[in-house]
Ligand binder design. Structure first.
Ligand code: NOJ
Length: 531
């Protein structure tokens, strides 16, 4: 049968690089673009298709690059345009794609636009940001809480108004209701697309427009002090406004005018509202609204079954799914569920229907990381220390080998390494056929060789207690994935699906299938075609 041509981002796998922590090439203890270039053979050896770089633009680093001071520049710590152009050519020469991180909701307070905006009430860029008078009785204009805790409003003494910031006060929110802002930001996208990038991950896309009247957000009845202060309120008026969807459609039209590009939107919302970010077939929005449900779900087979079923059911017919298990914001998967289950998670991520995004370091199972208080850097941590959110623990440098500083840098890295870096590093795992790294390579290779895994249909089966089980099928090729989410043996009868024809992969060592699963075992089985 003739295979319809699919866009690369449907069959491909995205690998997230956190530039500060991938490879340092100039000995300042911070990773950079030339460092990434030097490690591209490693990235290619994994079998991924695209690289997404967290922000590389000039930044005072209040939020480690998510506070952009110039959208059309390269942060000197990371390199310069020559290094960027070399990197993108080297990425493309290996048949890989490069996505940048577009941060549209807010700039740095050091951005020239904000300097102008705050210079006086009559400055032409005043309305590029969201300025308001104090409330009638004095104090902040409304009750909104920043995602990092505290009020979303910062007082500006010089001009006697407050400005809005959904994150740090060093990250003032842009006013996307202003057509000049929209035009300036479209020009930013054009600037990088003209330079050859293959798409963007778009930071906090659902935040970019606020309700015009800025009403108080309602209280969240489910809030407890164990969750972030932000969640005291339901972000009804500060996020997910209808106007943001038309902006997302405009961004898509711009990206599409460049051909085969992709937009991945960072969006945390319940399924039904999340699905709207795909837009409609005649007015599409982002290609992939990031789906973080594997990061957030309890690690339990029944729960995951229900979550996957509900997510699949929520997708519009033209919407392609996607899955994530780690990022620079989320706890490391191996720290959360342990190394044995992290292998099960890898098998799940790479066999579900939809585009997977891997986060650097998860492929070697980085888990245990200790950051002494004096080396902590994450601003979110400092604003809510009691919650121990600890994003630093997910941002430690890649350990490449057991040489000083793990081959990451000739100097002390900006954050400590993982506790076990002398044994858990790329070189050690490269040499061990049973390592997590080689297990990832096996899975990524299977995803490439078995079309059922990348583009096949998907059907959840009843796997019995603690077992997640599903079928992937494409043009007569039929695979069953059975995952034991417990550390006890389990049986799995595979009543539907057909006879087992072979084991393609195991999270443990390969063995013939006998209807049972060892503790923490996940299997990819080839089934005989039904007649
Ligand atoms: C999401 C990013 O992933 C995170 O690192 C950042 O702090 C916030 N957006 C604010 O830009």
């Amino acid at each position: 049968m003739e295979e319809t041509r699919r866009p690369w981002w449907e069959t491909g796998v995205i690998y997230q690089i956190y530039p500060r922590s991938f490879q340092d090439s100039n000995g300042d203890g911070v990773g950079d673009l030339s460092g990434i270039e030097a490690r591209l053979d490693y990235v290619a050896s994994l079998g991924v298709d695209a690289i997404w770089l967290s922000p590389i633009f000039p930044s005072p680093m209040a939020d480690f690059g998510y506070d952009v001071a110039d959208y059309c520049g390269v942060e000197p710590v990371f390199g310069d345009f020559a290094a960027f152009d070399e990197l993108i050519s080297a990425v493309h020469a290996r048949g890989l794609k490069l996505l940048l991180d577009f941060v549209p909701n807010h700039t740095s307070d050091q951005h020239a636009w904000f300097a102008e905006s705050r210079s006086s009430r009559s400055n032409p860029k005043r309305d590029w940001y969201i300025w308001r008078d104090p409330a009638p009785g004095g104090g902040v204009p409304n009750n909104w809480i920043s995602d990092f805790g505290g009020s979303s409003w910062e007082w500006d003494e010089a001009t006697g108004q407050y400005y809005l910031h959904a994150f740090l006060k060093e990250q003032p929110d842009l006013n996307w209701r202003n057509p000049e802002v929209r035009e300036a930001m479209s020009n930013v996208l054009r600037f990088w697309l003209d330079r050859g990038v293959d798409g963007f991950r778009i930071d906090v896309l659902w935040h970019i427009v606020k309700h015009e009247a800025l009403p108080d957000n309602p209280l969240n009845p489910a809030w407890t002090p164990l969750i972030t202060e932000r969640d005291r309120l339901l972000q009804v008026y500060s996020t997910d406004q209808p106007e943001a969807h038309s902006i997302s459609a405009e961004m898509r039209a711009l990206a599409d005018s460049y051909g085969d590009r992709v937009l991945v939107g960072e969006i945390f919302l319940p399924n039904e509202r999340h699905a709207r970010w795909y837009g409609t077939p005649d007015r599409p929005q982002v290609h992939l609204p990031f789906n973080f449900q594997l990061v957030e779900s309890p690690w339990d087979a029944a729960h995951l079954h229900g979550m996957i079923e509900a997510y699949e059911a929520s997708l519009p017919a033209h919407g392609w799914p996607n899955w994530v298990i780690g990022s620079h914001d989320a706890p490391r998967i191996a720290a959360r569920i342990g190394e044995a289950q992290a292998r099960v998670a890898a098998m799940l991520l790479l066999t579900l229907r939809g585009t997977p995004t891997l986060y650097q370091g998860d492929e070697i199972g980085i888990g245990k990381v200790t950051i002494p208080p004096e080396r902590m850097r994450d601003p979110q941590h400092f604003r809510q220390p009691a919650l121990d959110i600890g994003r630093d623990r997910s941002r430690t440098p890649m350990p490449w080998d057991d040489s000083p500083n793990a081959g990451f840098s000739t100097n002390e890295p900006w954050l400590p390494l993982n506790d076990d870096w002398r044994s858990r590093n790329v070189a050690a795992q490269d040499a061990d056929p049973a390592s997590m790294l080689n297990f990832y390579r096996l899975l990524l290779g299977l995803r490439r060789s078995q079309a059922a895994l990348s583009v096949g249909s998907f059907r959840l089966l009843d796997g019995g207690p603690d077992v997640l089980c599903y079928l992937r099928e494409h043009q007569g090729e039929k695979l069953a994935i059975i995952l034991n989410l417990s550390s006890e043996p389990r049986s799995c009868e595979l009543e539907e699906g057909g006879a087992v024809d072979g084991v393609l992969a195991s999270t443990l060592s390969a063995r013939p299938f006998d209807g049972t699963l060892l503790p923490d075992e996940g299997l990819i089985l080839r089934l005989e075609p039904e007649h």
